[in-house]
Ligand binder design. Structure first.
Ligand SMILES: Cc1cc2nc3c(=O)[nH]c(=O)nc-3n(C[C@H](O)[C@H](O)[C@H](O)COP(=O)(O)OP(=O)(O)OC[C@H]3O[C@@H](n4cnc5c(N)ncnc54)[C@H](O)[C@@H]3O)c2cc1C
Ligand code: SF4
Length: 331
């Protein structure tokens, strides 16, 4: 690991001013991703601003009647929060499908959204990678790409975003509150992460001086019909090959509203609102779910090893919607 300097911030303003006044500075929260990347020299900030002492550790009701999750609440405390469990069980299940108990005790909600891709080449400093070193090339496109993206890719990068939490937040239409040197702003989760385009080294629309302060969940939590399905190589301690956050608002046997977000398939949680709209006023039957699956995977492109993900994702959408309707537990 390269040498770096370190300060502790006591509030949001001092954190922002510390990160702005140092060259190549980064915030550090749980450290479960950043420190790993520093140890293998993939990320090398010259200065770290410890934000773990800032009072962003509460979960409380927001003005819209939803919940506000402080950015420094741990993933474990979020998943097991009584309000989250009751009102947003989809989020709770998605968080618990990720990592391990020990990691979830350290990992924070803000850090979870900013964790970096798990593309093997990104972690291997001996190989070209446009995300790690812009302009060096992408080893994955013609290399081993079984885990990588099939939607929203570019010729410069086919990485996926690894967060499970973000997929549920996308389906719930959460918003991310941030604070920076130019003040506060709110970024809809759908606009928080970016597609790779020709700047794959930029994962999100958060500016370097901005700190995530909280995440807002809207009042509607889809607590009656939901599922988070995570398909992976092992049943724990593995990232998703494909995941589906599915939520239905039912009136008798008719679907009033559907929300679906996919993980493991793109550089950001993948939502297709026109695909969801196909279910409005429809019956919850496999034939209708299959139409949605086709709409979600329109334009999908495999890179060889990951071709199988296209059909896998379609089947996962159908099964997740069936499970959400019947409220069977997800695998
Ligand atoms: C072995 C292993 C398995 C894992 N499996 C999964 C999994 O299956 N699913 C899953 O979703 N995740 C998984 N994770 C990832 C884990 O959830 C993340 O590492 C964690 O959520 C990151 O949070 P953190 O607080 O530790 O972030 P840190 O490592 O402290 O920071 C990560 C990044 O976020 C920035 N940052 C942190 N907080 C803020 C903030 N408030 N404002 C602005 N910037 C901030 C930091 O500067 C850094 O760039 C796994 C991790 C490991 C090590
Ligand atoms: S897919 Fe993206 S992260 Fe992976 S090697 Fe290519 S540029 Fe790097």
């Amino acid at each position: 690991m390269r040498p770096f300097t370190f300060t502790k911030a006591s509030d949001v303003n001092s954190a922002v001013s510390e990160v702005t006044s140092h060259e190549s500075a980064k915030f550090i929260a749980g450290g479960t991703n950043l420190l790993d990347l520093m140890k293998i020299d993939v990320m090398h900030p010259a200065h770290l601003v410890d934000i773990t002492h800032i009072a962003l550790k509460t979960i409380e009701e927001n003005e819209e009647g939803g919940l506000r999750l402080g950015a420094l609440v741990t993933n474990a405390d979020t998943a097991y929060n009584e309000q989250v469990e009751q009102r947003y069980p989809l989020l709770s299940h998605a968080i618990l499908a990720g990592a391990t108990g020990q990691l979830r005790n350290m990992a924070t909600d803000g850090g979870n959204l900013l964790q970096r891709t798990r593309c093997y080449y990104f972690y291997d400093t001996q190989t070209p990678c446009n995300k790690r070193e812009p302009g060096s090339g992408c080893s994955a496109i013609n290399g081993y790409n079984r885990d990588l993206a099939i939607l929203g890719t570019s010729e410069h990068c086919i990485a996926t975003h690894p967060s499970d939490m973000a997929v549920a937040l996308a389906a719930l239409e959460a918003k991310v509150n941030v604070s920076g040197k130019n003040g506060e702003r709110t970024i809809p989760l759908s606009e928080f992460h970016r597609l790779p385009g020709d700047t794959p080294h930029i994962d999100t629309n958060l500016k370097a001086d901005e700190i995530i302060t909280s995440i807002d969940l809207p009042a509607k939590g889809f607590a009656d019909h939901y599922t988070y399905m995570k398909l992976r190589d092992r049943s724990s301690y593995a990232f998703a090959l494909v995941s589906v956050a599915a939520a239905l608002d039912m009136e008798g046997d008719t679907i009033k509203e559907a929300r679906i977000a996919l993980g493991g398939v793109a550089h950001k949680p993948w939502r297709v609102p026109e695909g969801e709209a196909l279910l409005q006023g429809q019956q919850p039957v496999a034939e209708n779910f299959r139409k949605v699956a086709e709409a979600y995977l329109q334009g999908a492109k495999g890179y060889g090893d990951n071709d199988f993900k296209i059909e896998l994702a379609k089947r996962a959408i159908v099964r997740a919607l069936e499970q959400a309707y019947k409220m069977e537990s997800a695998s």
